[in-house]
Write a protein of this length. Structure first.
Length: 296
């Protein structure tokens, strides 16, 4: 899944446009409501929108439905979660996560709500937004020590970290990241890959120039990210273009999957002059899944 479109859940116009945006994933944002009434309205709209689009197929391609809830420190996250699972969201983004304990707490609550909502156990994934503060960056390795079953990946918010460390710059127009932000970003990619999970690049402001955003998306792909957040359809288009596998990458991924399919009990197979293991199979499946292709 390449493009993850963030949509304010209370914004009816943006919700209507989201399904036709071309995004692989639509993420309904319950965290940034402008007022308490907008927050309540957003929960209701989010649940209704997800119910209405649960089986929708556009141009032969499904899009996934995720929700960003409020941080655990807030008083709103449990109600946000209930709204998300009322619409059977495929996954939940949890912001401002300093360590694994927050994911464990959310996972326990998800289990309870799944049971009450009649959702299959384990159906709901969690992606934490990490590295919001310097301490969080320095403790990212803790996530790899106890991988939670519901974890789908890791992401971050570059602007939040930049503010926390008083950074005056984040990246250049050519997509080159600077200083501590470059370090944090690299740690997130390494963490995700070590855990066999997705690495998602941070969202950027809507006013980011088209050229700069395109460069950021291309840099994210080149640096090992699996996808990136978007805030509008133009950013979705740039992300999809940057993260779409080439024909040779797709062909190779299909060949890797085919080799393991023909030897389902083997931990190693040979493809050409290379010996491949299950990690190679996992990466090949991620490539195919990024295009919503069958992986066997």
């Amino acid at each position: 899944m390449r493009s993850w479109l963030l949509v304010p859940a209370e914004d009816e116009e943006q919700l209507e446009d989201a399904a036709s945006s071309g995004a692989d994933v639509v993420v309904l944002d319950l965290d940034h409501a402008r007022s308490e009434s907008a927050r309540i309205e957003g929960r209701e709209r989010a649940a209704d929108w997800m119910r209405n689009h649960r089986e929708q197929v556009l141009h032969g391609q499904n899009f996934a439905r995720w929700v960003r809830i409020s941080p655990i420190e807030s008083e709103h996250w449990r109600e946000d979660l209930r709204a998300a699972l009322a619409g059977a969201a495929e996954g939940v983004f949890l912001p401002a996560v300093p360590g694994p304990a927050y994911v464990q707490q959310l996972a326990s609550e998800v289990y309870e709500v799944e049971q009450r909502s009649g959702i299959a156990h384990g159906a709901t994934q969690i992606i934490p937004l990490v590295a919001a503060r310097p301490q969080g960056v320095l403790s990212l390795g803790q996530f790899a020590e106890n991988i939670q079953p519901r974890l789908g990946g890791f992401s971050w918010e570059s602007a939040v970290l930049a503010e926390a460390i008083s950074a005056r710059r984040e990246y250049s127009g050519s997509g080159e990241w600077f200083g501590a932000l470059a370090h944090a970003r690299a740690q997130i990619v390494l963490l995700a890959k070590a855990c066999g999970l997705l690495a998602l690049e941070s969202a950027q402001p809507t006013e980011t120039s088209a050229d700069t955003f395109t460069n950021l998306a291309m840099s994210a792909r080149a640096d090992g990210f699996n996808g990136m957040f978007a805030r509008n359809a133009a950013q979705v288009k740039a992300i999809n273009a940057a993260f779409t596998p080439t024909e040779s990458e797709l062909t190779r991924a299909q060949s890797v999957v085919a080799q393991f399919t023909s030897s389902p009990n083997s931990d190693h197979v040979r493809l050409g002059n290379r010996v491949l293991n299950r990690s190679d199979l996992h990466r090949a499946r991620q490539v195919l899944e990024s295009m919503n292709m069958g992986v066997g």
